[in-house]
Design a protein around this ligand. Structure first.
Ligand code: PPE
Length: 460
């Protein structure tokens, strides 16, 4: 009989996740404590890997935590769901909001963020289509992915005997749970053999990627990055390419074989979890000096500056989690003209506010992470909106109303002298007849809101 030498490293608790402190989890539209975010053992995804997920990081910045490239991650999550034919019962904006809300609810400075969408339990059998699609966002603190040693000394890699999934077998562009069985097998073997990470080749012997990272190598001073073939289109990969080009490096996308890597001057890996991790050895061959390479370390430094908001050039990649924090970097557009939004703010409006972020500069405040619907709710002025936001779904009529209000604010706000835009709003005089007789109503008009950011300008 086959036996296993593996010992369980985590005792089963109620949810079997005692090793992870995820605090509060956004679970199908509600923020709940970790122990309440549970699913049935008959969940389809548990049996067949029918899930899609993302790995995102939030970093501490001078303006509080900021999520790195939120919009791109959510886009890839929805692309993965599309590939897997999973109708997501939330909009991209709702998932963005859920992510920000979860980071806020836990009070993290920086954290790893794991949105997951999966097929729940309805029927068991391969066809997932009768099963409901469910979603959650968990966050926790996750340090160096392959350990601090891998960063300081460089990671030791071994080529895996497991081949990266061919494109006609599995959808490598989807971050689908089932795909990771391939990564899991390769990582277990590498770690058991004493290495930090596995290098996966494709079915033709070309370098594909690590089990959770993309691969770069430096040769003759040119930075080479593995072309998109059967690997994941990494968002960190894209960020590092942009940073490297702006550093003055020539970057080439190539297919490469493992022996081309052996003679590289430097190798490093990129990924949300791994960030930029230097590689010092592959298959017992030292890479370059056999230590973490200087170009890798320089790129790592620049990447860390970008993600923590230390480099204003990359602020466009950040979505600040908390609202109303002054920017440490005056945006170029603001210098000459009042009312211009920084690139990060524009990014935020695109990513979290949709088209309803128009009042963001009213009253001199910056709306950093909440949609207008949430701000209305937070202001306490609109209890119904609060309910809707809590349920995670402002209805269509509400959205239309909010968009019209945002438009009015934008439009009127521009015409008013700047000092008026900052003034608190005066209450509009009530017509007498509406007070005199309860049945003789004044013509309907929107209510005045208590929050200065939200208060519309029609009454001033
Ligand atoms: N390839 C694979 C297979 C992969 O899983 C990742 C991310 C990447 C490349 C890099 O992609 P990006 O994060 O967009 O730069 N791996 C995620 C999961 C890690 C895990 O152990 O779980 C991650 O880094 O979050």
């Amino acid at each position: 009989m086959a036996t296993t030498t593996e010992k369980p490293i985590v005792k089963a608790s109620a949810g079997g996740d005692a090793g992870i402190n995820a605090g509060m989890i956004w679970f199908n539209g509600k923020i709940v404590p970790q122990e309440q975010a549970q699913v049935s053992v008959l969940t389809h995804a548990l049996h067949y890997g029918t899930s899609v997920f993302e790995g995102i990081r939030a970093y501490p910045t001078k303006r509080g935590p900021a999520v790195f490239r939120l919009q791109e991650h959510t886009q890839r999550l929805f692309d993965s769901a599309l590939i897997m034919r999973m109708p997501v019962p939330y909009s991209q904006d709702e998932i963005n909001q859920a992510i920000l809300e979860t980071v806020r609810a836990n009070g993290w400075g920086g954290c790893y963020i794991r949105p997951l969408i999966w097929r729940g339990g309805q029927t068991l059998g391969v066809n997932p289509m009768p099963c409901p699609v469910q979603a959650m966002v968990a966050t926790w603190e996750w340090g160096a992915y392959l350990g601090e040693d891998a960063i300081n000394k460089g990671a030791r890699l071994v080529t895996s005997a497991w081949v990266r999934l061919p494109a006609n077998a599995m959808p490598g562009k989807a971050k689908a749970g089932g795909n990771y069985v391939n990564s899991v097998l390769a990582r277990m073997d590498a770690v058991s053999a004493g290495f930090d990470e596995a290098l996966l080749l494709d079915a033709n012997g070309f370098v594909a990627e690590g089990t959770g990272e993309n691969i770069f190598f430096l040769k003759n001073g040119v930075l080479h990055v593995i072309e998109h073939s059967v690997n994941l289109e990494g968002i960190t990969r894209d960020s590092v390419i942009q940073i490297a080009k702006e550093m003055g490096l020539t970057v080439k996308e190539v297919m490469a074989t493992r022996d081309q890597l052996y003679s590289a001057e430097e190798i490093f890996m990129t990924g949300t979890a791994a960030e930029v991790t230097p590689v010092s050895e592959i298959d017992y061959r030292p890479i370059g000096s056999g230590e973490a390479g200087p170009v890798a370390l320089e790129l790592r430094q620049r990447y860390l500056k970008a993600v923590t908001g230390e480099d204003p050039h990359y602020e466009r990649w950040l979505t600040y989690v908390n609202r109303c924090q002054p920017s440490p970097h005056p945006s170029p557009r603001r210098r000459g003209s009042r009312g211009g939004a920084s690139a990060a703010q524009a990014n935020l409006d695109r990513s979290v506010g949709g088209g309803v972020g128009g009042g963001r500069r009213a009253a001199g405040w910056r709306v950093c992470a909440l949609s207008v619907a949430q701000l209305r709710a937070v202001s306490g002025a609109d209890r119904a909106a609060l309910q809707r936001v809590r349920r995670g779904r402002p209805d269509r009529e509400q959205e239309r109303h909010l968009q019209a209000a945002a438009h009015r604010r934008r439009h009127l706000g521009r015409q008013l002298p700047h000092r008026h835009r900052r003034l608190p709003l005066r209450p509009r005089p009530q017509p007498h007849h509406s007070r005199r007789h309860p049945l003789r109503r004044a013509p309907a008009r929107p209510r005045r809101l208590a929050h200065p950011v939200l208060a519309p300008h029609w009454s001033s």
